[in-house]
Design a protein around this ligand. Structure first.
Ligand code: G4P
Length: 552
C-alpha cells in the first residue's frame, strides 16, 4: 500500500534565519538549486532510516521500507553481500538524486559505514559539498561519528547535525550539545529544541521558524503537525504542551539562546558551526525540517581545487572527476561504473569529453543517474550532480573529464596501507587470473596492490583487516578464484618521489624492498620505522610519502 504524503510548500520563514539566497549570486538557477551531500554516522544511529525518509519526501520512493527491501533482495544474490548484511557494514556505493519541494535537486552520496573503509569514505567526501551527521540521542558522539567527522574537517565541509531516536530515552539536550562541542571542537547552534524525552517526547520547538512541531506516534509516516507560534509566551503553546514540559522548554530555550551561538551562515559554510535538529527518523519526525535546512543553508555546488587553476561551477564548459569506481555492480553484466562528480557546466548525453590522463576523447553516451535504487539514463546533468559512466576500465579514481582543458583535480589522495599481506591463488594454475582480479580491485580503490621486484605473487595492502575478507570473498565470487592471504615480511609501504635519476639509483640499491603499484609507480616496502628513517638519512634526494595524489 502506498503512503500518500501531502507535502505542503515550506512555510514562510518568519524569522528569516533560513537564508535561501545563494552565496554565489552568479550561479545559474539549475546549479544554485543543487545540494550534493553525504550522511555520516556510527552504525545503527539511523542513517538508512533517514535516507529512506529523504527519498520518501523527495518522491523517489512511494513507501518506507523499500530501501531495506531492495537492499535485502540484492543481498540474497551473493555471499559477499550477505557478509555485508551479517557484519552490518555497507560496502556498496550509491548516489541518489531526487527533487525536493520541486525547487531543489538533492544528490545524496552514500558513504561506507565501516571504519575499515576510511579511504573510500574520504574519497566519497571529496564529491560532496556538505555532510549530515546523524547521532543517536542516547549515545551521543560515538567512535565512528568522530572518525568521519574528522575526515569532513580535513575538507572544512559544512555539517548539519541530526540527533535521532528522540522517541526513546535520550540524554539531556545540553549534554548532547556540549559533547559535540567538546569532542568535535565545533560550535553548535540549535535549530530545534526537543520537548519531553522518551515516552513523553512530544515534538520540537522549531527555533528557526517559531513553530511547534508535534510528533504523531500513531502513524510513523505522517508528517508532524506544524503550528505557527509567536514566541515562547504565545498562549497557543499551553493548548498543546503540559504545564511542566512547557516550563522546562521555556527555561531551556532561554538558556540556549544565552549560552549557545546563534546561526551564522558563514560559520556554517566554513565548517566551524553546525546547526542541530532533534527528531526521530523512524517516526518521520524532524526530517522535513532537516531537509529544509539543507535546502535553505546549502551550500550550493562549490568551487573545486584543481591544477593549474580552480574550477567554478558556473563555468560554461563541462568538467568533472572520478571519485569512485565500482565493478560488477550487476553480476549479470561485467560492467564498471565510474562515479563522476560534475564540477562545472551543463552536461548533455552523448557529449564528447576529453579523458585528461590519456588525452583521448571519450563519447559519454550511456551516463546514468541513480534514482533511489534504480538507474536511469541521464539526458543531462549540471555541476553538482553525480553521474555514473559505464566503462571497461579506462576511467580510474582521480581521472578528470573536461571539454579539452588539461585540468587535474586535486585533493583525492591515496593513503599508504596499514596492513600488508601476500596474496596467493589457491590454484597456482590460475595465477594469471589473480593478476587481473587484483588490478581491478586496485583500480576500484578497494586495496593497494604491489608487485615486488623480487619474487612472485602480489602484496596487497589495506587499511583495515576486514578488507582482506571482503576481497577474498569478492575474488572468489566474481572471478571464481579461491585465494589465500598470508603474512608478509613487510608491514608498510611508501611511495618514492624525487627526480628520475635519484629514484632509479635508490631503487637499484634497495631492490629487496622495491615494488610497483598498479599505476607502475615505485614503492618502498618497509618492515620498521627504522627503514624509513634510514632512507631519510642516507638518501636526501628522494622522499618517501604516505599519500599519493590520485591524478596523473
Ligand atoms: P544505520 O543505517 O545507521 O545503521 O541505522 P538504521 O537506519 O538501520 O537504524 C538502526 C536501528 O534503529 C533500526 O532498528 C531502526 O529501525 C532504528 N531506528 C532508526 N531511527 C529510529 C528512531 O527514530 N527511533 C527509534 N526508536 N529507532 C530508530 P533495528 O531493530 O536494527 O532494525 P528494524 O528491525 O527496525 O529494521
Amino acid at each position: 500500500m502506498a503512503v500518500h504524503l501531502a507535502i505542503s510548500p515550506a512555510p514562510a520563514y518568519t524569522r528569516g534565519m533560513l537564508d535561501t539566497a545563494t552565496n554565489r549570486p552568479e550561479l545559474p538557477p539549475e546549479i544554485a538549486r543543487r545540494r550534493t551531500f553525504a550522511i555520516i554516522s556510527h552504525p545503527d544511529a539511523g542513517k538508512t532510516t533517514l535516507t529512506e525518509k529523504f527519498l520518501l519526501y523527495g518522491g523517489a520512493i512511494q513507501m518506507a521500507g523499500q530501501v531495506r527491501a531492495k537492499g535485502e533482495a540484492r543481498r540474497t544474490r551473493s555471499d559477499f553481500m550477505k557478509m555485508e548484511q551479517d557484519r552490518g557494514i555497507s560496502v556498496s556505493a550509491s548516489a541518489m538524486s531526487f527533487d525536493y519541494l520541486e525547487k531543489y535537486r538533492f544528490n545524496l552520496v552514500d558513504t561506507p559505514g565501516h571504519s575499515d573503509f576510511s579511504e573510500d569514505t574520504y574519497r566519497t567526501l571529496t564529491a560532496v559539498d556538505a555532510a549530515i551527521m546523524v547521532i543517536d540521542g542516547a549515545k551521543g558522539v560515538e567512535s565512528q561519528t568522530q572518525k568521519l567527522f574528522e575526515v569532513c574537517r580535513l575538507r572544512d565541509l559544512p555539517i548539519l547535525t541530526f540527533c535521532n531516536k528522540m522517541d526513546r530515552e535520550s540524554r539531556d539536550t545540553f549534554d548532547i550539545i556540549d559533547e559535540i562541542q567538546e569532542n568535535l571542537a565545533i560550535d553548535v547552534t540549535p535549530a530545534s529544541w526537543p520537548i519531553g524525552v522518551g515516552r513523553d517526547f512530544l515534538g520540537c520547538y522549531d527555533l528557526i521558524r517559531d513553530r511547534l512541531e508535534l510528533m504523531d506516534r500513531a502513524d510513523r509516516n505522517k508528517v508532524a503537525e506544524s503550528i505557527a507560534i509567536e514566541g515562547l509566551d504565545d498562549p497557543k503553546l499551553d493548548e498543546h504542551i503540559p504545564a511542566d514540559l512547557l516550563e522546562k522548554l521555556r527555561e531551556e530555550v532561554e538558556m540556549a539562546r544565552e549560552l549557545l551561538p546563534a546561526m551564522d551562515r558563514q560559520a556554517f559554510l566554513d565548517g566551524t558551526l553546525t546547526p542541530i535538529w532533534f527528531g526521530s527518523a523512524i517516526n518521520s519526525f524532524g526530517v522535513r525540517e532537516l531537509m529544509d535546512g539543507i535546502a535553505g543553508y546549502g551550500p550550493e555546488p562549490q568551487v573545486q581545487n584543481a591544477n593549474p587553476r580552480e574550477v567554478a561551477p558556473e563555468e560554461k564548459k563541462v568538467s568533472g572527476f572520478v571519485f569512485k569506481v565500482q565493478a560488477n555492480m550487476d553480476p549479470k553484466h561485467r560492467d564498471r561504473v565510474a562515479f563522476v562528480r560534475l564540477v562545472s557546466g551543463h552536461f548533455k548525453r552523448g557529449m564528447k569529453l576529453t579523458h585528461v590522463r590519456s588525452k583521448k576523447p571519450m563519447a559519454v553516451s550511456n551516463p546514468v543517474l541513480f534514482l533511489a535504487a534504480d538507474r536511469e539514463l541521464a539526458e543531462e546533468a549540471w555541476a553538482g550532480d553525480i553521474i555514473g559512466i559505464p566503462n571497461h576500465g579506462q576511467l580510474r579514481i582521480g581521472d578528470a573529464l573536461t571539454e579539452g582543458e588539461a585540468l587535474r583535480f586535486t585533493g583525492i589522495p591515496s593513503f599508504a596501507p596499514e596492513l600488508l599481506r601476500n596474496c596467493r591463488a589457491g590454484d597456482p594454475m590460475k595465477a594469471k587470473h589473480l593478476d587481473k582480479a587484483l588490478m581491478q580491485f586496485a583500480e576500484e580503490g578497494a586495496a593497494k596492490v604491489f608487485k615486488p621486484s623480487f619474487g612472485s605473487g602480489f602484496i596487497v595492502g589495506v587499511v583495515g583487516a576486514l578488507q582482506f575478507e571482503v576481497l577474498a570473498s569478492r575474488i572468489e565470487l566474481e572471478y571464481g578464484l579461491p585465494v589465500r592471504f598470508e603474512n608478509s615480511q613487510f608491514t608498510s609501504a611508501r611511495w618514492v618521489q624525487g627526480d628520475q635519476e635519484a629514484v632509479d639509483k635508490f631503487a637499484s640499491a634497495n631492490k629487496q624492498h622495491m615494488a610497483t603499484d598498479n599505476d607502475g609507480d615505485p614503492v618502498f616496502l618497509t618492515r620498521l620505522q627504522w627503514d624509513i628513517d634510514r632512507v631519510a638519512r642516507d638518501y636526501p634526494d628522494v622522499k618517501l610519502t604516505a599519500t599519493k595524489e590520485m591524478m596523473i
